[in-house]
Design a protein around this ligand. Structure first.
Ligand code: XIL
Length: 487
């Protein structure tokens, strides 16, 4: 259901220094930089930026069944948030009966990998157990239920967690308080009660208020700001503001940095806690490029604010993201696609954090570059083809698959009557579209349809096919367009 490979975006996002390195290497002027050199990781790079963390949300199932997920989680991230396993409905589905095992398992993983854990979340209106939602409790009862929950949960994990999202999503879009059961029962005092109790139970944890749509300066973030000022004046132990950052491609607020700074100026830490940047599906090259720039803008904004102490992305890969389930028609919001290939956004984050070597593919994932890290056709200093092909597995149902290709003319003259060729073993193509598809063994040829015979410079065309699989199918490594090798 998601993209398998994105080539040109990555090349386009390389930093100047990286390009220079490649060019010097190609000219034989660099003798260092052995291809075997270990790449930096996102967690290392974030740490080099003032000790910041770069975290992810994790979920129990893939962590315990999918070694690639686990490897990336361990290698690239220095902070962990439970995506669901620490929410009230997960921990206490029946009153007084607690399920700790999945939450514990994620904490143990974090400890084993030297990662901090953000506790998410103590007091929220959502994902509450039905006994609580439907209990008809009055204000006093709700206060004691809430404080008891904090005592039990924060008490159990005392010392294990770096921070708690004590209160989550307390605001409406217009900056007024959300009419949650907590607000109904206790008014806005529930927030102060929750923070005081959490501090009493786990005095070393950093205590955050966390919300979405508060990235820029707007009515909602103003409401939060005013609350935080009041809480500080009242001596309530609050230490940080969590800015979820569930964003949309092309819509990173221009006041993001300024907004973080005003909270930092109150003496609070700021963290980006649930970053993802979604797009209308299907993804295409332009959207993935824009997404890369958006991720870069978010990282830049954080790095520009001293007290922006870290960034957490809300999941590892697009396939397992909450976005397609929550925002129908939208998806592809994360740094890895469904096959754990690094997307342009990954490289953008890498570079924004100061990565300068060529990181290549995720270790353990098949690379696309036969020449080894750093040498991709089309790099400055090496001859490049006039075309670029992105290949994606849109769907894979075991004995069959659907593939998609985006073919782009990256040269400066039109390509007419184009013929695309590539090798794909173990498939029988049953249907192909947007071109005339023929197959000779593993050699696939697509010729231009009459209505789309010319690709102008910069223009792309989308091709698709459905195939039966007769064995395992890997990603094509070479494409030619009218005989010229594509990047
Ligand atoms: C989401 C999870 O990602 C989903 O798996 C779950 O079904 C619903 O909650 N704000 C938050 C997170 O604070 O807890 C939410 O996580 C996403 C929005």
């Amino acid at each position: 259901m998601t993209e398998a490979r994105h080539r040109s975006p990555r090349r386009a996002r390389r930093s100047l220094s990286l390009l220079l390195t490649s060019a010097l290497a190609a000219a034989g002027l660099l003798v260092t930089a052995s291809p075997a050199q270990a790449e930096s990781t996102l967690r290392d790079l974030a740490a080099q930026n003032g000790g910041r963390h770069f975290g992810t949300a994790l979920t129990y199932n893939p962590l315990n069944s999918d070694s690639q997920y686990r490897d990336i989680a361990a290698a690239q991230f220095s902070a962990v948030t439970h995506e669901n396993e620490m929410k009230w409905e997960a921990l206490e589905p029946q009153q007084g009966q607690y399920n700790w095992s999945q939450a514990d398992s994620i904490i143990n993983f974090a400890k084993a990998n030297n990662q901090i854990v953000r506790g998410h979340t103590l007091v929220w209106h959502s994902q509450l157990p039905s006994w609580l939602n439907n209990g008809g409790y009055n204000g006093n009862q709700l206060r004691s239920i809430m404080e008891n929950h904090i005592e039990v949960v924060a008490g159990r994990y005392r010392g294990d967690l770096y921070a708690w999202d004590v209160v989550n999503e307390a605001f409406n879009e217009d900056g007024t308080f959300r009419n949650s059961i907590w607000y109904q029962g206790m008014g806005r005092d529930y927030i102060a009660h929750a923070f005081r109790k959490a501090h009493e139970v786990d005095p070393n944890a950093k205590l955050y208020i966390n919300d979405y749509n508060i990235e820029g300066i707007n009515a909602k973030s103003n409401g939060l700001y005013n609350l935080v000022v009041d809480l500080l004046n009242e001596g309530v132990p609050i230490h940080g503001v969590g800015i979820q950052s569930h964003l949309i491609v092309g819509q990173v607020p221009s006041t993001f940095q300024q907004n973080m700074q005003r909270f930092a100026d109150l003496g609070l830490d700021v963290a980006i806690t649930e970053l993802d940047i979604r797009m209308q599906m299907p993804a295409d090259n332009n959207k993935l490029q824009q997404q890369a720039r958006d991720y870069e803008a978010v990282v830049d904004a954080c790095l520009a604010v001293n007290r922006c102490i870290g960034i957490t992305v809300w999941g590892i890969d697009d396939e397992r993201s909450w976005v397609p389930y929550t925002f129908p028609g939208e998806g592809a919001p994360l740094l890895y696609d469904g096959q754990y290939n690094r997307k342009p956004a990954w490289y953008a984050v890498y570079e924004a954090l100061g990565g300068t070597d060529d990181p290549g593919e995720e270790p353990g994932n098949p690379g696309e570059e036969p020449g080894g890290p750093g040498e991709e056709p089309g790099e400055p200093g090496t001859p490049g083809g006039p075309c670029d092909v992105d290949y994606a597995v849109v769907n894979d149902w075991g004995n069959g698959m659907q593939g998609a290709l985006t073919v782009t003319n990256t040269g400066s003259s039109p390509i007419s009557n184009w013929t695309l060729q590539f090798t794909l073993a173990n498939v029988n193509i049953s249907n192909g579209w947007n071109g005339d598809w023929t197959q000779n063994g593993s050699q696939i040829t697509v010729t231009a349809p009459a209505w789309n015979a010319t690709l102008n410079p910069g223009q792309s065309t989308e091709l698709g096919f459905v195939a039966d699989k007769t064995g395992s199918v890997s990603t094509p490594t070479q494409f030619t367009l009218n005989g010229a090798t594509c990047s």
